[in-house]
Ligand binder design. Structure first.
Ligand code: GLU
Length: 435
């Protein structure tokens, strides 16, 4: 039965799935993929209506005193998209690009991501619209603590568990955990993941997203019959995801010929020494000035003649404007939403194998799940055990999505959405509608 594409609450008619009102609206991008999968799954109308709405959307105003004594007010968001399968899970980002619409899309993606790898979480995301690069450490601490207290009644190991995301890290998670613990009156480590190891963080968590990218890229190369040795890779984004993915792919024998961060991109046909670049970026707060390759534009990095492209920064870098020019055989989406929905069909026509974000970057939340389990059990695993279990989950999830894509003759993205939506929908059917 064709789906009635009207939003339940507002009755607003959604655009046809092949027509985009705004290509770069991340929520529309998420929805158009959702619609396609829902139709293929023949999802019942009631569930369709439930799953295209966020459960909770929180907007908080965050006043802080800047170091110069002036008060500045920021806006922050936390969206709990769906909690049918377990506590809401997802990162908090600090970025000027943050909007409620973006956070909502990212929260929905977390819902599908947790379901693709079959971990018992729902999906959430948080964000504060700010420029963290222009703020001091103590300003960032005040911002984090005030944001946390604004959303505190929704947080908790059983209700909503944040983690790092764009421009946030272990230190920020330590402040979130401390603020929450001070409010409830006891130390509760399981309220956030991605914490420092000394205070209940998991070994292997920091590298987990990049490691997951490496694992699925390796599996995809195997599937395509391509050798990993000498595979030429370009990585866009050199934060926690991009740098670790580049490092681990190089360790597997790939030749990483291009890397780039938000200021600069470098190309070196012979391959870039990744540990050296990581050390340089840590010391110099970025790759700018690193002389181990030719400087190219960030746009050119995306269209290089390579085997694998890893977009590992922000949304909307592969669009209808550049998708035709992409020459990689495979794309591993380390970032959330790097490809617009309108660009999907162009990549399909070109025969590019895309490992979609909700599978490719699920390694991070998978080890977040391990961290939460370890915190709740009070018993900590070795890094080898963490990596072994991550490997198992990433490989089996990749195989499940691949099998579904073959069975339904759809691309990996649609198959990943079908798998995750069917899992979430099934729990809704079992739980029923509470009234
Ligand atoms: N921010 C990461 C993501 O987008 C990790 C989320 C988490 O571990 O909860 O997947």
């Amino acid at each position: 039965m064709p789906i009635d594409r009207r939003l339940p609450a507002t009755g607003v008619v959604q655009p046809d799935k092949d027509h985009f009102l705004n290509e770069e609206n991340p929520f529309e991008a998420m929805m158009s993929r959702f619609d396609k999968a829902a139709e293929l799954l023949d999802l019942e109308q009631g569930l369709y209506k439930v799953l295209r709405q966020a459960e909770k959307q929180i907007i908080v105003s965050i006043p802080i005193t800047r170091d110069n004594g002036e008060v500045e007010v920021y806006e922050g968001y936390r969206v709990l998209y769906n909690t049918s399968r377990g506590p809401a899970k997802g990162g908090i980002r600090f970025d000027m690009q943050v909007t409620l619409e973006e956070v909502k899309a990212l929260a929905a993606w977390m819902t599908w991501k947790c379901a693709v790898v079959n971990i018992p979480f729902g999906g959430a995301k948080g964000g504060v619209k700010c420029d963290p690069h222009s703020m001091s450490i103590s300003e960032l601490e005040r911002l984090t603590r005030r944001y946390t207290s604004g959303i505190i009644r929704f947080l908790g190991p059983n209700s909503d568990v944040p983690a790092p995301d764009v421009n946030t890290n272990e230190r920020v998670m330590a402040w979130v955990m401390d603020t929450y613990s001070m409010h409830v009156g006891y130390t509760d480590t399981a309220v956030v993941t991605g914490k420092p190891v000394e205070m209940g963080g998991s070994l292997g968590r920091k590298e987990a997203t990049g490691r997951g990218c490496m694992i699925v890229t390796r599996e995809a190369l195997k599937h395509l019959g391509l050798p990993i040795k000498g595979t030429r890779v370009a990585v866009q984004g050199f934060g926690n995801v991009g740098s670790v993915a580049a490092d681990l792919l190089a360790k597997e024998g790939c030749r990483v010929v291009a890397i780039g961060d938000r200021n600069v991109a470098l190309y070196n046909e012979k391959g870039i020494d990744i540990p050296d670049a990581i050390a340089y970026a840590a010391k110099n707060k970025g790759l700018e000035g690193h002389k181990k390759g030719d400087q190219i534009s960030s746009a050119d990095l995306l269209t290089l003649d390579v085997d694998v492209l890893v977009p590992a920064a922000l949304e909307n870098v592969i669009t209808t404007k550049n998708a035709h020019d992409i020459r990689a055989k495979m794309i591993c989406e380390g970032a959330n939403g790097p490809t617009t929905a309108a660009a999907d069909s162009i990549l399909d026509e070109k025969g590019i194998f895309v490992i979609p974000d909700i599978l490719a970057n699920a390694g991070g939340v998978t080890v977040s799940y391990f961290e939460w389990v370890q915190d709740r059990g009070g018993y900590f695993w070795t890094e080898d055990v963490v990596n072994e279990r991550l490997e198992k989950i990433m490989c089996s999830s990749f195989s499940e999505v691949l099998a579904l894509s073959k069975r339904h003759s759809v691309n990996m993205r649609t198959a990943a959405y079908m798998l995750s939506i069917s899992r979430v929908a099934n729990v809704h059917r079992l739980r029923g509608v509470y009234a």
